[in-house]
Design a protein around this ligand. Sequence first.
Ligand code: ADP
Length: 222
Amino acid sequence: MGKLIVFEGTDGSGKSTQFSLLTKRLEDEGLSFRRLRFPRYEHESSALIRMYLDGQFGSDPEAVNAYAASTFYAVDRYASYLQDWKQDYEAGCLFLADRYTTSNAVHQGSKMAQEERENFYGWLYELEYEKMGLPKPDLVILLDMPIELTRQLMRKRENDTNTQADIHEQDLSYLEQCRLSARTAAEFYGWQVVSGVRDGKLRSIEEIHEEVYAIVKKCLEE
Ligand code: ADP
């Protein structure tokens, strides 16, 4: 079997930035790997995700419960696995994924009370890894960033790319719950947490990258 390393983080935590930096560095080193990115908005298998994010089931993220919404994302991953990467995974290939089942834990887990989360996390992993048979990650890195900073970073990205936040990204209490759910999930599942701040200040992209790189290298050597 191959190896799967997953990048996770709430919106605006710097996940895409760190994912690009890491994959570029590993590529420059001549390492052979494949990238995965979820959800796959450009594929048919993400139809329900697009309807959901577009607000077609209700403009409030809570309009679709965590379990139902999680299945939309799980189905897209399942389709991608069968159509695109199962063969390579079984042949021993290394994969780096920007989001995975872990995103359901973070984003959908945000919709429930703290005491219900562990039940949900257990259900989620059982669904995707045991019942559906998707590969379980060998390493999950969670980029943890305080919400005040993620909002600043998201505004910066909106300006840089001329895009708009989706229904989730505009909702502050939702983002706060996502962060709490992410930290709870990290503890529950044993993810590696990389903090975006030091002494209350935003760390530089380079400094965060060095920490991420060291964690990934260690996993690759195991
Ligand atoms: P995400 O993928 O988590 O939503 P991005 O990686 O797209 O977040 O980052 C959002 C914006 O913040 C981008 O414009 C990025 O360049 C910037 N950014 C990310 N991390 C940092 C950081 N540590 N310091 C300063 N700017 C950052």
